[in-house]
Design a protein around this ligand. Structure first.
Ligand SMILES: [Zn+2]
Length: 280
């Protein structure tokens, strides 16, 4: 559903939350995310289901692959426009959907992915279920503020999309990290450099394999549910789970503990937990 079609005020109760697992990674403990949401919304069923990209018919695979291939962001300095994909791009997506190719490295336009997911989920989920699709794909949205695409950790919508590699790749690392990286790059072994950088900036950015991946995913999943209920998922307070972080250090700070909400949102979440009513 697009934002424009959500302007009609409704008073509907949310009955369930559905988390769709990523295509193949195990970086996030989804059972823990589900139990975090259950503790906040005790009246709701919170379920974890397989990725909507699984078990597609051969015809749906072909269609989905072609849509994915034409959703790649090729020029980060321009708003996305769909294009006719090349054979190799579609073929890669077919192999990605059937588990024969590793996902990674390609950036997709988030709104196109949302459109695709709406199609894949349409017959199953109404508005009384908040759906959060976790994906192993990188997604970006174009910003008219600085006229370029930005990778995203989460894209709020119906469904909301949480990009697992986006947790690592989207928010910027500390400025000094890039300065040091540039210096090291001019002299030598890239693997050594990457290890050295990780040691030097330990704890200041999220990396694959960290238990904090799950902690961060919990806060983003909560943002998705708050968006579904209120259309206002963000908070300017850096110590609140609803903070929209553009820097890794802010992401880790805002998602560092349970429940970790500012006083305004602690009150809001308490009230939504008692009566999860869609109020927009
Ligand atoms: Zn807040």
């Amino acid at each position: 559903m697009s934002r424009t079609s959500t302007s009609r005020r409704s008073e509907k109760r949310l009955r369930g939350i559905e988390i769709r697992s990523p295509e193949c990674s195990n970086e996030v403990d989804l059972a823990e995310v589900a139990s975090f949401l259950s503790s906040i919304f005790p009246s709701m069923s919170v379920s974890v289901k397989p990725t909507p990209f699984r078990d597609l018919t051969p015809r749906a695979i072909e269609k989905t692959a072609s849509f994915l291939a034409s959703s790649r962001v090729k020029d980060i300095s321009r708003p996305f426009e769909p294009f006719e994909p090349m054979y190799g791009e579609v073929d890669y997506e077919v192999r990605g959907l059937t588990g024969d190719a590793r996902l990674g490295g390609i950036v997709y336009d988030a709104r196109r992915i949302e459109e695709l997911l709406i199609g894949l989920l349409r017959t199953r989920n109404g508005l009384d279920t908040a759906t959060i699709v976790m994906t192993d794909r990188l997604v970006s949205t174009y910003s008219y503020d600085d006229l370029r695409h930005h990778l995203r950790t989460i894209v709020h919508g119906f469904p909301s999309i949480v990009s697992v590699p986006g947790l690592v790749e989207a928010p910027a690392k500390p400025r000094q990290y890039y300065i040091l990286k540039q210096r090291l790059a001019s002299a030598g072994d890239e693997t050594m450099d990457s290890e050295l950088l990780k040691r030097a900036f330990k704890g200041r950015f999220l990396d694959y394999g960290s238990p904090k991946m799950t902690e961060v995913a919990k806060g983003l999943a909560l943002q998705a549910v708050v968006h579904h209920l209120t259309l206002k998922p963000s908070c300017p307070n850096k110590k609140c789970r609803l903070f929209n972080a553009h820097w890794q250090e802010d992401l880790l700070l805002s998602q560092s503990g349970a429940p970790g909400l500012c006083s305004k949102h602690a009150e809001l979440i308490r009230s939504l937990g008692r009566a999860p009513t869609i109020s927009w």
